[in-house]
Design a protein around this ligand. Structure first.
Ligand SMILES: [Zn+2]
Length: 201
């Protein structure tokens, strides 16, 4: 399948590539470091093509409701301003990227980059119609962001080799990908995307 060549109207959304989600981090995702190289290649080419890049980050208050200490499902992670919340140092962060901070309120969880962030409006103002999504984690924030993007009227393509899952239950990541595909998200590889970016109009 050949996809429409990326161009004006397309945005790249890189989800939660933060220290705490890297292997060894407070909520490390297995293989999370493996997606850095492909994501960086896409970011570089995307920026050279003059297309917008948004980086999301989990940006929690110290006593966030998702933390085990407050009865939530996760160990404390990505506390705003802490080293664990910083973007992974190897991630390419060009000056013109947009930053989207999410789940910033103490008593509200938000897996989706569209939940309470104003991102949909930012994308609409920028004339965006299609969003390419990569990052962490497949079965939580990538999945929720994909669902919300489609609900908000955007087309979505998931870079299926540039996401990794938490897999609390084995297979969660695969099921999330299947669900995204079934609900209308396109699945592409970074190689195919880079080839499409390099293709003539
Ligand atoms: Zn979180």
């Amino acid at each position: 399948m050949t996809m429409k060549k990326p161009g004006p109207g397309d945005a790249l959304l890189v989800v939660d590539v933060q220290n705490d989600f890297m292997p060894g981090g407070a909520l490390g995702v297995k293989g999370g470091d493996e997606i850095i190289a492909p994501i960086n290649r896409v970011i570089d080419r995307w920026i050279s093509a003059g297309l917008p890049v948004f980086l999301t980050r989990d940006w929690h208050p110290a006593a966030h409701c998702s933390f085990a200490a407050r009865g939530g499902p996760w160990p404390a992670h990505c506390v705003a301003g802490s080293p664990g919340a910083e973007f992974f140092p190897a991630l390419h962060i060009p000056a013109q990227v947009g930053i989207v901070s999410k789940a910033t309120r103490r008593s509200e969880e938000a897996y989706s980059a569209f939940h309470g962030t104003g991102l949909a409006d930012r994308l609409r103002v920028a004339g965006i119609q299609r969003v390419f999504i990569a990052g962490l984690a497949t079965d939580y924030c990538v999945r929720a962001s994909t669902a919300d993007a489609m609900r908000d009227g955007f087309k979505v393509a998931v870079l299926q080799d540039a996401v990794r899952a938490v897999d609390v239950t084995p297979g969660d990541g695969a099921r999330a990908l299947a669900e995204m595909r079934a609900t209308g998200a396109e699945m592409i590889s970074t190689d195919d995307l880079l080839a499409a970016l390099g293709r003539g109009a």
